[in-house]
Design a protein around this ligand. Sequence first.
Ligand SMILES: [Zn+2]
Length: 466
Amino acid sequence: MKKYLSKIYNYLPHFCHNLFVTGYNIVNYKIRMSGNYSKWRKHYKNNEGLPIEELKKIQESKFIDLLRYTFNNSPFYAQFYKDVDVLSISEISEIQKLPIIHKEILRANIDQIITLPKNRAKASKTGGTTGKSLTVYKFENDIQERIAILDNFRAKEGYELGKRTAWFSGKSLLTKRDIKKNRFWKTDYWYNVRYYSTFHMKDTFLKYYIENLTTYSPEFLVGFPSTIYEIAKYGLAHNIDFPSNTVKAIFPTAETVTKETRAALELFFKTKVYDQYASSEGAPFIFECKLGNLHMDIQTGVFEVLDENDTPAKEGRLILTSFTSYGTPLIRYDIGDSLLLSDKICTCGNNNPLVEEILGRVSDYIYSSETGKINLGNVSNTLKDTKGIIKFQVIQDSLERIEIKIVLDSAKYSNHIEKIFLDNWRDRVGTKMDIDITQVDDIAVEKSGKYRIVQNNIKHLIENNS
Ligand SMILES: [Zn+2]
């Protein structure tokens, strides 16, 4: 939300906020669900249950199309592939002839990478849970195709837009009055979606979430699993019996679902969790099926798993190629996640190959005495509307203070940007905590080669007191 709009928002009464959220959604859904959306819904629905040989053929031809398009339309890739005879590549097995691209290369060269003028593109800011800022540019068609694929996945459990849904996303929705009244949600009455704040995960607030969820009785829960987990854990600890046959499915987004999280969610809400893997830069999809297995959807891209010598392995770094990335092509993209593959075969009817586990996305949080736990997704989203922050790390050594280390692109950074970044933090941690921002040249990585966006060194204090 633009700053002047959010100032007005703060003065409006609750029912106006609901209208505001509704209007915002009508506009947004219109773009996402027009154009080729219905065509893609049908297309992927028809392809359900195809044998693996057919799926591989589709994958190969989509790969060749994307590769040639990219070579001919992206100045960066044309140069990046100058030592490869791209036009002679005709099989997926030849993908290894192409160099791997990293997030930092993508960020630094984005203007040369994109294949469409920025004014014709939909910009999409990403942080995911990585703490690195990146904007990618997408064709409407790619967005519509992606939404169609996601909607087909959710439709298997009965979901359609308009069914009563509780959404737990990283948007700042509430005013001080809301918090005083213990009202932690806004409602879109047109599409039947209630948005719950994920910035107020504190024991003293959680009972109001549960009371409200019980009366609202949503058929579906969508959003940050760490937030839904806090609610479920509170409910279980206080022996609250959530009404059975209410929630038909839980669809987590953005973060890893640990075994512990899944168990608590399924037990408290008396339903099943359906996990998925995707990312805002436009990665191909991994979907969980009814039998609890994770399928890589190979019609949406190529999944390579490589060891430290870049040799294919059962466990290692995930290198992605995405067939819905025509605006900002992702070909052999090192997204920073790791995967453990599985040899098992699933009998659910989906013949896509299986993943045993998505590794290496540790779930961590910052704690504010005022607002409670701030999960990784919300921490990462503090980059929203900023420029020039290449990456950052938050360190918490006490309940009263956090230190944020930032690596800057000083050509793009300014005092104004710092204020936006700080305001984003204030939305999440409240007004009382000290926030110290320190500029550094780089942030040290862990043994795994990744750096951790959150370093919480006082978890022992929080787990006992919250
Ligand atoms: Zn399956």
